[in-house]
Design a protein around this ligand. Structure first.
Ligand SMILES: CC(C)(COP(=O)(O)OP(=O)(O)OC[C@H]1O[C@@H](n2cnc3c(N)ncnc32)[C@H](O)[C@@H]1OP(=O)(O)O)[C@@H](O)C(=O)NCCC(=O)NCCS
Length: 187
């Protein structure tokens, strides 16, 4: 990873003016069948659950944390701009959402992904997709690949208070402390 390049990138809560860039970024990958598409309306409705990576005034990465239950949250729409891949931005976005989830008292963070190795690199483990909350699958009915799903379920267990967490991924010292509150995604 190029730490110099990544250090110019700020991770922050998404704002209204980021929505067009978020939608363009996500839907660019959705067109390649790498993730689900998102509409502006959908992003606007769930804006408080989104974070972005910003560099030179532009959104170069994004992700959202959907709180599915008091114990489970799902990382969604994780995307890094093609020309910014491999600079640690995806890892920083995931670490930030994991920190948010931890502050919210979430016990497990999950994702459905084609990028199994990336998530494993960050300490996630492959889990039985059917063991995950049915709430995760509620979104799958909107996916064009519903009947031929090739995504893998991964999950990271978070430490409960006072407990060591062997699964905790290394946290970069320069990450901002997330100070914003997530609101549950309405379904
Ligand atoms: C997957 C994605 C978010 C990774 O973001 P990124 O910024 O390129 O990844 P990072 O630079 O933070 O990589 C972190 C670590 O994971 C590794 N990694 C990154 N992508 C990987 C992949 N596809 N397979 C295996 N390892 C990967 C990196 O080598 C790095 O390891 P290191 O710490 O040993 O250097 C990005 O490639 C992307 O946007 N892909 C298209 C959209 C997509 O598939 N999103 C996931 C939907 S769940």
């Amino acid at each position: 990873m190029s730490s110099e390049a990544a250090s110019e990138v700020a991770i922050r809560p998404a704002r209204e003016e980021d929505i067009p860039q978020i939608v363009t970024l996500v839907n660019g990958y959705a067109a390649q069948n790498l993730m689900l598409p998102r509409s502006s309306e959908e992003v606007r409705r769930t804006l408080k659950t989104w974070i972005v990576a910003e560099a030179d005034g532009k959104v170069v990465g994004c992700a959202a944390l959907a709180r599915l239950s008091p114990e489970l949250a799902e990382i969604r729409s994780l995307a890094v701009a093609p020309d910014r891949k491999g600079q640690g931005i995806g890892a920083r976005l995931v670490h930030t959402l994991v920190d948010v989830a931890r502050q919210e008292g979430i016990k497990q963070v999950a994702a459905l992904t084609l990028q199994q190795a990336f998530f494993e690199r960050l300490g996630f483990e492959v889990v039985d997709r059917w063991a995950l909350s049915p709430k995760i699958w509620s979104e799958c009915v909107y996916c064009p690949k519903f009947h031929r799903c090739d995504e893998v379920a991964v999950a990271l267990s978070l430490a409960v208070e006072g407990e060591e967490d062997a699964h905790r991924p290394p946290r970069e010292a320069h990450l901002p402390q997330p100070a914003w509150a997530l609101t549950p995604v309405s379904r």
